[in-house]
Ligand binder design. Sequence first.
Ligand code: ADP
Ligand code: ZN
Ligand code: ZN
Length: 747
Amino acid sequence: MDVARVALPVPIDRLYSYRVPDHFRNWVRPGRRVVVPFGKRKMAGVVIEPGTESDLAKFKARDILDVDVELPPLSDELLQLTRWLASYYMCAWGEALRAALPPGSAQAKSRTRVQTVAMVSFNEAGPEQPPRGARQQAIVEQVRIWHMAEETPVPQRRVLAECGGTAATLRRLAEMGYLFIEQEERDRFLEERGFAQASNRPELHAAQKLAVDAIHEAMTKKRFETFLLHGVTGSGKTEVYLRVLEEARKNGQTAIVLVPEISLTPQTVRRFRSRFGDEVAVLHSRMGDGERYDAWRGIGEGRYPIVIGPRSAILAPLASPSVIIVDEEHESSYKQFDPAPRYHARDVAVMRAHRNNAVCILGSATPSLESLANARENKYTLLEMPERVPVAGTPARLPHIRIVDLRNEPELRQSSNALSKPLLDGISQRAKRGEQTILLLNRRGFAPVMECVTCGWVPECPDCSVSMVYHRPLNHLRCHYCGVTQPPPKVCPTCDGRDLAFQGAGTQRLESELAGRLPDVRVLRMDLDTTSKKGSHHDILERFGNGEADVLLGTQMVAKGLDFEKVTLVGIIRAEAGLQLPDIRAEERAFQLLTQVAGRAGRADLEGEVILQCLDPGHPIIQFALKHDYAGFAQYALATRSVLNYPPTGRLVSILFSGPDDDATRKTAERFRRLVDSQLTDVDRLGPSPAFIHRLKNRYRHQILLKVPQVVPSSRVREGLFAAEKALGSLPASVRLTIDVDPAGLV
Ligand code: ADP
Ligand code: ZN
Ligand code: ZN
């Protein structure tokens, strides 16, 4: 290749041509990571295809500066997949490719490369006479001893540490023939491993067998098929995944398993490792750049046929995966927001499976409404496991859920306390019996939501069915979807109460309340503050698992993926809290959270209980959670979504303008809205309205929301938006435009 067309991570959808210097000619080929000059900067990009001399004629021809020869080139499959991804999520190909490179190596300055270490061994055919100096003698003698003990080669570092001397001393000894020094590749990824292999393979129960058989059949026929595995918590979904992976491995096939980062616990990892040992590569966010680089290399070279990881693992360089599993498919952490590509890993998983004639399995106890709708339209095959894994023949029961109506707990309102008597009693009882409690304070973000302390009423937008947010400077309530504003009421419209307040009781305050009221109970707190340090999240879970505390208290972090045998009580401080967020998915998230957290109680042979404290026990979402009624919830939620054309009925595209000047930013957004109006008449257009977080890092944000009916193809929307962008011309100074397709929530 003399000229290479390179995709670069800049938000301009085109390829850039570079001359290939002679010494790189054998190395440059499609899929290679290269470093190139771009303006005054250097940038890492991916070679897409050969170019021609005439490409170069148009510009000042510039040379490729570096080629990463150690990283296997991206396969054609990944090049095509990222191209689709770029077009669906409306970003540049180069931006999509950034997500397919080992995280960290997407920057030009990345020095991450294969690491080698000098290894020393003994030369049996070396000189008879010992070397002259005492130090040199000591070194040769020590290396000989290691040699006899079959410990060589040993790292040079170790030789120097134990015998003294310098690298030059060793080099001299090698030159004289006493020792060998060799450079050995060091696999930083492998060094983090090491585990025992065990195997207990339970007999599948009937529902599992049906699921596994259906999936195996599609695998045998090498037919693309997406399965929605809807199984209550503890129904044995993970065991289904394991069987499917076994089948894939029997046929020499490869697989990707996505799990939310938060549930990449040692427990989860152990279950996969104990079945597949060294074949599994586990990717997680605590890995260093070097380790990731080596992991990526190992996967690309085919050393790990099974890859487990969070969102970004969907673009792992595995050769044509035959099975793609997305556990907890409803999790919003599968959606990336910043930087581009703003992709949803679950949807990319389905597409990647489709392109590989693979099976895709989406598992959840509370499937997303999008996936449920796809199953109802027969795009996905629904597999149900409505009961928990039977213990001694009878299905383990789901925990009993009990409601504590906070309106009947007047003493809580007079103090700043948040824990009701039944909950406190429950906690201390468990602690005395050596059992454990998880306490969830489900407060996400800092949305200043107004509520009636007496009855739990929260102001809602009349048109959008989301809670309104209170803005203190302007003293009004605003809907962050359509922009409607209202003065805050003085009395509650439901109960005429005058006690209108803002929601909030932090985890810290809860911790000190617990310390004051139950001084003998040991508490661990898990929230953003206590988990900001690397590894601390795992530490806390490990300590709780070891029984170092009676109570684990925290935000929604405590809700997912945890599996502790001794937990028999789950307390939810304010069950309706999440319902009040100004987001169309607020109710769905709240239901999922309540269901997930309830599933934490009593998973082993001990029976579980859940105590829900709330002000509004009649709220339909709370009632559905109380009855473990997913079907009821889905029917209720789908009806609302359909009336309002929200997903899954319609698709959303969020268009965000941000800039340092509020007025200029808003005006640009308004101008863009008019251009979109002329382009996309068949799409519902809302806004611009100030974004949920209006000012972020000194930038003002204004949002336009498109509701795209299902009949309008995404390519039309894309073309319309590109045309509008073109007509808008260059943006005013430092105003930025961000397009988010299928946004996860408010920004
Ligand atoms: P889920 O992933 O649906 O929450 P798991 O796969 O974690 O459920 O299963 C719950 C528990 O039941 C686990 O401890 C698992 O080892 C066990 N289990 C799963 N399937 C069976 C089975 N067929 N027989 C016995 N135990 C099982
Ligand atoms: Zn009220
Ligand atoms: Zn509204």
